[in-house]
Design a protein. Structure first.
Length: 336
């Protein structure tokens, strides 16, 4: 009696991807689908590790990989969704065959919300280069609905996806300013930053469309986060280019007065705002501020700074370490 065929190991899958043998990779993934849940997770993590490394082609693999988005095991579905986020960051065109599968997971209100959030994030990355393939009315509605979740990390992913949708085509969200602005007072600074970024992108093409959000932008000029403040100033500067009257009082002067302690990101955008409020050129305001290209080129760097732990904080959970703290984080147990 012959022994049952053993599922391929993650190492085998890794080797096939490194060799670029996509035909054998597809066959291997089919075998992985018949393995137990733990083996499926390990194999998908191996694929993600490859995707995070030096650029490799994943053409033709999105379809076979998308079958794991409907896996019976929730952890496998989440691992798959995270894999697609990684792929969409580095090779968004390769993810196009999986757009419908990602959108189906996003729309399923019985799906685990973290799976839905990761699918939203992946779709956002794809939308930058291929907005027509991602931003149908139903998907946009599902992304906006995601802002209503209670979990901060989940809302953050939906807000991020909407910012990238705007970068792909500002027209897709130009009539959604009110619904996005409703969440500009969110407790999560990344949600505020991403939504403010989305609105600034819209304002680059349609400045007057932001008129209903003017009050929220003014409030954000005193936000605790300088990157949120900067985006708000940028939005008001763009709005001032339209026929809408903008009044900010002395807030901008107060920010500039703290120049030595304020990030250049913020002061550049404050100067941009002052320039447009005055209707006069300002040599100290960089020319690239207030453009879609500058936002697309720089927003990932801003998020990296915002999410980097401060010195003396746990890089995993953000707990501030007291003097003489042990080598392991007392909250999450991770090494310092």
């Amino acid at each position: 009696m012959s022994e049952p065929e053993q599922p391929p190991t993650p190492d085998r899958l890794t080797a096939l991807l490194e060799e670029g043998d996509h035909q054998e990779t597809v066959a291997c993934l089919d075998q992985v689908g018949a393995a137990d849940a733990e083996a499926r997770k390990r194999s998908l993590r191996a694929v993600r590790d490859i995707a995070e490394g030096p650029p490799r082609s994943f053409d033709g693999l999105a379809g076979p990989l998308s079958t794991f988005l409907t896996d019976e095991d929730r952890a496998v579905r989440l691992t798959t969704a995270k894999l697609f986020v990684t792929l969409a960051q580095s090779e968004p065109a390769a993810v196009l065959p999986a757009v419908d599968a990602l959108a189906d997971r996003l729309a399923d209100d019985e799906e685990f919300y973290y799976v839905r959030a990761r699918c939203a994030e992946a779709l956002g990355y794809v939308a930058v280069d291929s907005p027509e393939d991602v931003t149908d009315p139903q998907t946009l509605a599902d992304l906006r609905i995601g802002l209503e979740f209670d979990e901060p990390e989940v809302k953050e992913k939906f807000a991020k996806a909407l910012a990238y949708v705007a970068l792909g085509d500002p027209d897709r969200l130009r009539h959604q300013v009110d619904s996005l602005a409703d969440h500009l007072d969110d407790d999560n600074e990344l949600v505020r930053y991403h939504l403010c970024t989305a609105l600034v992108v819209i304002g680059c093409e349609h400045p007057a469309e932001q008129a209903d959000a003017e009050g929220m932008f003014r409030a954000l000029l005193t936000d605790v986060n300088p990157y949120v403040q900067g985006r708000a100033a940028e939005a008001l500067g763009l709005l001032a280019e339209s026929t809408v009257a903008v009044e900010v009082g002395s807030v901008l002067d107060d920010i500039i007065a703290e120049d030595e302690e304020t990030s250049s990101f913020l002061t550049d955008r404050v100067r941009f705002c002052r320039q447009h409020l005055a209707g006069e050129p300002c040599e100290s305001a960089p020319a690239e501020v207030g453009t879609i290209k500058s936002i697309q080129d720089g927003t990932d760097d801003v998020v990296e700074v915002m999410t980097s732990p401060d010195e003396g904080e746990c890089p995993h959970c953000g707990l501030a370490f007291p003097d003489g703290a042990p080598p392991m984080c007392p909250r999450c147990g991770a090494p310092r």
